[in-house]
Design a protein around this ligand. Structure first.
Ligand SMILES: [Zn+2]
Length: 203
């Protein structure tokens, strides 16, 4: 890994209790990456954390759609949306960061998914692909040129965040050992392929 400087930022995606074993939407092995991510983060002068942060009754929850079950798909005004178990509800213990996450020098926490009608996998743009979170402007204004990503889940929030970082013009790297995925119907393999095609460096 290259030495980092003021042009590099690490984006740590959604390492929250609900995405770890025992949580509402557990990613298999999600907690295993915590020490790896801590080590990685201590090599970066600049770190940004993201936090999935839904109001109760969020439209991405299966419970908000009568007759639907988690992992069913529905058509939203912005396209297909997978439905999830209720997770990362604002202010609940499930929405808190994993207690082992030790990155006190993180400079920003980006919360996403707080609009009831739109889900947000990406830290940059919500799932309608047009509502920005503000992160692109923040990173540009700070003068960052390279974004390295890790976290949960490889095939959803890490994937979409990495694609958007690349599309915004940042040199983009994903540290695969510091990610875990949900793998819904082969989605991890598809995610890796999609990232490679977008010229995202996988290490
Ligand atoms: Zn969510």
């Amino acid at each position: 890994m290259q030495p980092t400087n003021d042009r590099d930022v690490l984006l740590v995606v959604d390492i929250q209790n609900d995405f770890c074993p025992g949580g509402a939407l557990a990613v298999p092995g999600g907690d295993e990456i915590v020490p790896v991510v801590n080590r990685l983060a201590h090599g970066f002068a600049h770190v940004v954390l993201t936090q999935d942060w839904h109001p109760p009754g969020h439209s991405s929850f299966a419970s908000a759609h009568p007759g639907k079950a988690p992992f069913d798909s529905v058509e939203m005004p912005y396209g297909a949306q997978i439905l999830w178990p209720d997770h990362c509800v604002q202010g609940t213990p499930g929405a808190a960061f994993h207690p082992g996450l030790d990155i006190p020098h993180a400079e920003l926490i980006v919360r996403k998914g707080f609009r009831r009608a739109i889900d947000s996998y990406s830290a940059f743009q919500e799932n309608d692909r047009k509502t920005p979170t503000g992160l692109t402007s923040y990173l540009r204004e700070r003068g960052f040129e390279r974004v390295t990503l890790c976290g949960l889940a490889t095939d959803f929030c890490v994937l979409y965040s990495a694609l958007d970082a690349r599309a915004a013009g940042f040199a983009t790297t994903v540290v695969i050992d510091a990610c875990r995925g949900l793998d819904v119907g082969g989605s991890i393999a598809r995610a890796l392929e999609e990232m490679r095609k977008a010229e995202i460096k996988l290490i």
